[in-house]
Ligand binder design. Structure first.
Ligand SMILES: Cc1cc2nc3c(=O)[nH]c(=O)nc-3n(C[C@H](O)[C@H](O)[C@H](O)COP(=O)(O)O)c2cc1C
Length: 394
């Protein structure tokens, strides 16, 4: 991150989560409703746990905004944890009278629990798990919503859809991306293939009913990006690397694919690379002199956007907290035992997709501000327009 800085604070069952996003230009129109919309989407989906029924995530904007427009200072966004009411004794930030809460000593496979206590020497796994929890992603989604609003001012849209849950794979139509976005927005699993959506619901019902969990794949799509965001010249400025880091920072995400990376790796180059053709629409507003008849590269070449839609997939491992826990060791006694049970989700792939949108929007907004950096939205838009006009003539 260069121009934008995001810091989040808060624990899963503490009083709430806060995001501080520094580096937005002055003059961006922002509403609580635009942020709440994204927070609600993060809570959706069949297979979510009881926690999502308790929480009603709504943002409180406590800094950086005046009468609906950014001031250019850090934006401070807060989301309350309603569940804190049930956890006050254990999670109160300040000491409380009464007995201390019993420590959690049964690490859950697939979580930060074991590595975290070994790293810190903490005697209570809760000292690790409360912060490692994906509840933190509510703060990221709030900040990402502000980045999406900034990008939308420049004509850039970011959406996600679910490509796989467990072994069920969707085969959506990519012909018209606005149609794809609308289809994904039409159901709480964010799947743009109705037949696959039905099968996914059946799978979720049966696997979750069994007390087991599922992972899957979500894809983020960003349209309206000009060529040349990011940089070819320095490893740390390559946009593909920056996007991959942001995606892999999402709890549970273990793999990232840009475009058709994994299928392409098994094919010949002549079948993979996207040819460059003259654009018959050249000369019209927003049109380049060249066009690409395919987008297997997923909109990124040489560490930069290439003017095609950005396509990035993230693979999420199955949820790690199981109703019928796996084998573990009680760290208090050293004896074998079943891992601790935590109330949680059975599937969170659609929610992960929403977090992926937020992280993608954050990286893209950062790259935009780095390249066109401006104190005000008006100056940013002017620099963006100049750049696009120059490219249309090249
Ligand atoms: C939106 C979202 C919700 C999640 N909900 C849960 C959950 O309820 N229970 C759980 O065990 N893991 C959940 N996870 C996944 C864990 O947070 C993740 O597996 C864990 O942090 C370890 O992942 P890591 O090895 O990638 O850090 C969720 C992840 C995301 C992105």
């Amino acid at each position: 991150m260069r121009r934008l800085q995001l810091t989040t604070a808060g624990e899963s069952h503490g009083p709430g989560l806060t995001a501080i996003l520094a580096g937005l230009p002055m003059g961006l129109r922002l509403s609580a409703a635009a942020i709440d919309r994204e927070l609600v989407r993060r809570q959706e989906g069949a297979g979510r746990g009881e926690r999502m029924a308790i929480e009603r995530d709504r943002v409180r904007i406590t800094g950086g905004l005046r009468r609906g427009r950014t001031l250019g200072g850090p934006l401070c966004l807060h989301v309350d944890n309603r569940d804190y009411a049930n956890w006050e004794r254990s999670m109160s930030p300040l000491p409380r009278r009464g007995p201390a809460p019993a420590p959690v000593t049964l690490p859950r496979p697939g979580h930060a629990d074991l590595a975290g206590v070994l790293k810190t020497g903490a005697g209570d796994i809760r000292a690790i798990s409360e912060r490692a929890s994906a509840r933190e992603t509510a703060a990221r989604v709030a900040a990402g919503a502000a980045c999406k609003v900034l990008l939308a001012e420049l004509g850039v849209t970011v959406f996600s859809h679910v490509l796989a849950i467990g072994g069920v794979t969707a085969q959506p139509e990519y012909g018209d991306l606005a149609v794809l976005a609308a289809a994904a927005a039409g159901n709480d699993l964010h799947v743009a293939d109705p037949e696959a959506e039905r099968r996914m619901r059946r799978t979720i019902k049966s696997v979750c009913g069994d007390g087991d969990t599922l992972g899957g794949i979500a894809e983020v799509v960003a349209t309206g990006l000009p060529p040349g965001l990011g940089h070819y010249a320095a490893w740390e400025q390559r946009l593909d690397g920056r996007l991959a880091q942001a995606a892999l920072s999402i709890p549970g995400v273990k793999g990232v694919e840009i475009g058709d990376a994994f299928a392409g790796a098994r094919m010949r180059g002549s079948r993979v690379h996207d040819e460059i053709l003259p654009n018959p629409r050249a000369g019209r507003a927003g049109e380049l002199r060249t066009r690409r008849p395919s987008n297997r590269a997923g909109g990124l070449e040489g560490g930069m956007t290439n003017g095609q839609p950005l396509l990035l997939r993230a693979a999420m491992k199955p949820i790690a907290s199981l109703t019928r826990p796996l084998r573990s060791v009680d760290l208090a006694t050293g004896r074998p035992a079943r891992a601790a049970r935590e109330r949680g989700d059975c599937v969170a792939v659609p929610a992960m997709g929403v977090v992926l949108e937020a992280m993608t929007a954050l990286v893209l907004a950062d790259a935009v501000l780095e390249q066109f950096g401006a104190d005000t939205l008006r100056d940013l838009k002017a620099a963006w327009r100049r750049y696009r006009n120059r490219q249309a003539k090249q």
